[in-house]
Design a protein around this ligand. Sequence first.
Ligand code: APR
Ligand code: ZN
Length: 369
Amino acid sequence: METRAAVAFQAGKPLSVESVTVDGPREGEVLVEIKATGVCHTDAFTLSGEDPEGMFPAILGHEGAGVVVDVGPGVKSLKPGDHVIPLYTPECRECEYCLNPKTNLCQSIRSTQGQGLMPDGSSRFSINGEPVLHYMGCSTFSNHTVLPEIALAKIRSDAPFDKVCYIGCGVTTGIGAVINTAKVEIGSNVVVFGLGGIGLNVIQGARLAGANMIVGVDINPDKKALAERYGMTHFVNPLEVEGDLVPYLVDLTGGGADYSFECIGRTDTMRQALECAHKGWGESIIIGVAGAGQEISTRPFQLVTGRSWRGTAFGGARGRTDVPKIVDWYMDGKIEIDSMITHTMPLDEINTAFDLMHEGKSIRSVVTF
Ligand code: APR
Ligand code: ZN
């Protein structure tokens, strides 16, 4: 079939909206009509050319929601008409990783996904017979896309696509880091570095978990009022702190954070996040993605004295199991999404979403089809 998609032909160039041929679903695959997609920093990172795994031409996008149109042979858990959220971290429930409760990093289709291909090693997308690559196993910047059954979370049918698409990446990454990775306990003191689309979701996750102090750290003073809305109790602007930030945060939290989260992607703030964690038990979770080749550092004594440094991807969530629950939390009013979606636009204006992100003007832009 023919569909419309925003295609990335070359690193550093704007996306171009094209007519693209999509082949039907093969064994174990599902054809999905994407109704809405968020535009995330990871898409911008790949488009910039700095992503060492990035390849072109490709159809980017990994934060979508849509409806099943057709299923290939052997697909059992989904049927046409089902509402779904694509998963860049699938959940096969059979591999060594899925069977280990300590991780969510299903590896069953990892190698082909990293090459921009379906599990059988081919692409379903082409333009004039020339193949176009998939991206993060999702390619939600296409009105129609094909995914393996194990990479789709079935969600309730009354959830609005243009809001719950954000659960496909940002919301789950932030809230999941608190609930699945850190397992924040009631009464914990939490410090969040970076109050963007990820950090705000860490904040609402900490509120949901019953945290005591929720300290937000950001160099942009405009983030204060916004973050308070999702549960931040204290705001710290590092540019206004006299002296070092770390002792200031340790003092503010009465000895250090029980849990800290880095949601910026800078190695210097990763170090600050670790070092503001409480001696003896504080845990620091890295969510932000640093540039290729960068390294983190601290004095080993920080770890010897009981702090731990961890990281998380997709909020430690097992997508097929956890994503439908997060959709329920949104529909039940337990978490907020609407106010984080600052811009909505049609596919033809998708490049504006990247501009708004680079200018720091949006929290999240959503493209609707
Ligand atoms: N100290 C404190 N805050 C900072 C600093 C700094 N040195 N530098 C930037 N910030 C703040 C910005 O003002 C902004 O509010 O960090 C926030 C980052 O937010 P966004 O740009 O919206 O990024 P977000 O989408 O939340 O993603 C954060 O997670 O998924 C990864 O690749 C993504 O690494 C990125 C990170
Ligand atoms: Zn993302």
